[in-house]
Design a protein around this ligand. Sequence first.
Ligand SMILES: NC(=O)c1ccc[n+]([C@@H]2O[C@H](COP(=O)([O-])OP(=O)(O)OC[C@H]3O[C@@H](n4cnc5c(N)ncnc54)[C@H](O)[C@@H]3O)[C@@H](O)[C@H]2O)c1
Length: 324
Amino acid sequence: MNVGILGCGTMGRLHAEMAEKCGLKVVQCSDVNSQSGKDLAKNFKAKFVKNWEDVVANKEVDIVAIATPTPLHFPMLDMAIKKGKYIFCEKPLCRTVEECKKVIQKAEKAKIKLFVGHVVRYFHEFEAIHEQIKSGKIGEVGFIKMYRGGMPPQGKNSWFRDFSKSGGVTFDCMIHDIDWLRYIFGEVKTVYCQNLIEKNCAPLDYSQVTVRMKNGVLALVIGTWAHPSGFRVKVEVCGSDGLMYYDNMETPLEVQLREQSKVSGTIVPESPVIKSPYQKEWEDFISWIKDGKEPRVSMYDALKAVEIVSACLRSAKIKQPVNL
Ligand SMILES: NC(=O)c1ccc[n+]([C@@H]2O[C@H](COP(=O)([O-])OP(=O)(O)OC[C@H]3O[C@@H](n4cnc5c(N)ncnc54)[C@H](O)[C@@H]3O)[C@@H](O)[C@H]2O)c1
């Protein structure tokens, strides 16, 4: 099957690589930034196409991979559904709940296989934590603390700096943890969020969300784009019989100076295992297309994730908990 990449930044490059690792062929790459598009196209012996609409309209493209700034997901999804493509879309599904609902309605009607990259479900460490919880190793879980983030997304003109586009760290980044919590513990009852979104200090942002799940489990989710360097992920799960703790960068105390930007875009967390979680999500998507096996993430999960992080932003604005 042939893949067309829409958006050739951090995630577009990664997904082109994963698609090829899964035996697919990247045939077209589109980006408003011609240099980014041409560079990626050259790497994959694909064709650079300036306008994304031309990629979506191309009959030779079977799968459209959407990796553009979040507000562009909606028009791209809309057209890809109309053209009957298989779709791999980065999270968040869309920038608003209303757009997510419209997309899902259209995808359902047109029977489109739409996969959304909630990749934390595929991270080895998170799968291991899930397994331990399921096996009852630490008894009944009562509290989870999750932490994700590091330096702000780089690039002077990066769209991440415009919080109306990215939603800041709460919407863009913590959606990973919120989705994972829902995947493991079921529906969310209440969120109470405090963040820096009104402080106009973009791209720096910091956010903490208290989440009460319907089953009574309590979680604290912290996200940051305010660190001087690196990218850290920590998880603490406290149960009636014990505690589980994971930290991707356990190091002694160190002083870090704010890094000058060497990279553009965001930093994607790495995993020490041989097979990337980003490849695993592509394999899941492809097996859905080929064998009809339901993937680990559904478009309804992606809608729920957007609903919850949108409720977090509302909560931060009104400075009150919000019920879902
Ligand atoms: N799953 C993850 O781990 C993860 C990590 C980072 C970002 N993301 C998500 O992936 C998406 C892309 O983020 P990114 O970090 O790759 O951003 P990025 O800024 O690195 O790349 C976006 C690319 O889209 C291009 N673009 C902008 N407008 C376009 C248009 N009209 N047509 C074609 N291309 C256009 C930009 O020029 C840029 O090259 C976002 O939705 C983001 O939330 C997911």
